[in-house]
Design a protein around this ligand. Structure first.
Ligand SMILES: Nc1ncnc2c1ncn2[C@@H]1O[C@H](COP(=O)(O)OP(=O)(O)OP(=O)(O)O)[C@@H](O)[C@H]1O
Ligand SMILES: [Mg+2]
Length: 339
């Protein structure tokens, strides 16, 4: 079946478009393209800046060669509240009438101002007593409306809107895989997502991203942004490069991310008893930072791998032309895979 809905990830430094074709159990990559996000990006409310973003989206969609004009879009994780809660074992009908009252206690925003979604993550085994786990996701209406307008102004039709963590989980963690901590390093933030059986159990957005690292290199070596990006990409966390000067600038910043990963693992031990997270999947543009996997392995004692959502795709067409790029397109691929 051809998926006529493509994934559109409006990142704060790159806009990505991915289209897939699903035929039986086989998945093919049929389009993938990216373009820099105009300054201001999705953070802005200024109509002129938003117009630049929609123009950029139109251009990258056209260049990608996707067939349709329907897309799925993800919301920046830091704008969304995600909470795993425990509730008595209810029927679907009972849950739908109880959920608003329950959500009111956990969502730090007036419910009238948010789009609330929920998903039952686990239920007690039939015949046994116990509670069920429900994931609550609340997205402020004004944020959702901004994406709706942006997609409309880009001459596209919006099929679905979801959190970035859901897109990443779909792209990188299939049901049946071992539980994992997804660490997505973008430009403006880093997303941590605990995933089990394809379900998101916990998310945390850390405001350390690729920009933070680049700015620190610019300041330390008094160099331009372009040059600092090159330094970061070339030397990264490699201790034996440039007398360790770059790694010494970057490590303290990445320690913030490490501490949040350790806190997420601590949360899993206290709140998700019985689930052991033994691996980290890194993705996003920042995942290509040289030495990152080794550094995270040392600091967390977990196995670390580069997440490639295209790894299980048929080795035909575009996959061979752009090897290793799947990690950068993880969120967009998850959106494209949404059925
Ligand atoms: N080889 C590399 N080494 C280190 N960093 C890299 C490398 N390649 C790309 N990056 C960084 O990746 C970031 C862009 O990644 P990505 O496109 O995933 O971000 P984004 O989705 O636009 O941002 P966000 O998710 O925060 O909105 C940039 O900060 C860039 O410097
Ligand atoms: Mg991103």
């Amino acid at each position: 079946m051809a998926n006529d809905i493509f994934g559109l990830d409006i990142g704060r430094s790159f806009i990505k478009v991915v289209e897939v074709k699903i035929s039986g159990k086989k998945k093919f990559l049929t389009a993938a393209a990216n373009a820099p996000t105009p300054a201001g990006g999705i953070q802005t409310d200024a109509p002129l800046e938003m117009k630049k973003v929609s123009d950029a989206i139109k251009a990258v969609v056209k260049a990608s060669g996707v067939k349709g004009n329907k897309c799925n879009v993800s919301i920046v994780e830091s704008q969304v509240v995600t909470r795993l809660i425990q509730m008595p074992n209810l029927t679907d009908k009972e849950l739908s009438s109880a959920i608003n009252w329950e959500a009111d206690q956990y969502i730090p925003l007036p419910l009238k101002d948010v789009n609330l979604q929920y998903k039952v993550v686990s239920k007690p085994i039939q015949g046994k007593s116990g509670k069920m786990d429900v994931l609550l996701v609340a997205a402020p209406k004004r944020v959702v409306e901004k994406y709706v307008k942006l997609v409309h102004d880009s001459d596209l039709q919006l099929s679905a809107i979801e959190t970035e963590s859901s897109s990443l989980a779909r792209a990188l963690a299939a049901p049946g895989d071992l539980p994992a901590v997804i660490v997505s390093l973008g430009a403006a933030s880093c997303e941590l997502v605990l995933v089990k059986e394809g379900n998101v159990l916990f998310t945390r957005s850390v405001s350390t991203g690729g920009y933070t690292l680049t700015r620190a290199v610019m300041a330390e070596f008094n160099m331009s942004q372009v040059q600092a990006e090159q330094y970061k990409h070339t030397y990264g966390l490699l201790a034996n490069q440039l007398g360790g000067k770059v790694v010494n600038v970057l490590k303290p910043l990445l320690e913030v991310v490490v501490l949040e990963i350790l806190k997420a693992l601590e949360y899993s031990r206290s709140h998700l008893q019985g689930t052991v997270f033994s691996r980290i999947i890194i993705c996003g543009g920042g995942a290509y930072l040289p030495g990152l996997s080794e550094y995270l392995t040392t600091r967390t004692s977990l196995e670390v791998s580069l997440g490639d959502p295209w790894g299980a795709f048929e080795k035909e067409g575009l996959v061979l032309k752009i090897p290793g790029q799947g990690s950068f397109y993880a969120a967009a691929t998850g959106l494209a895979l949404r059925s």
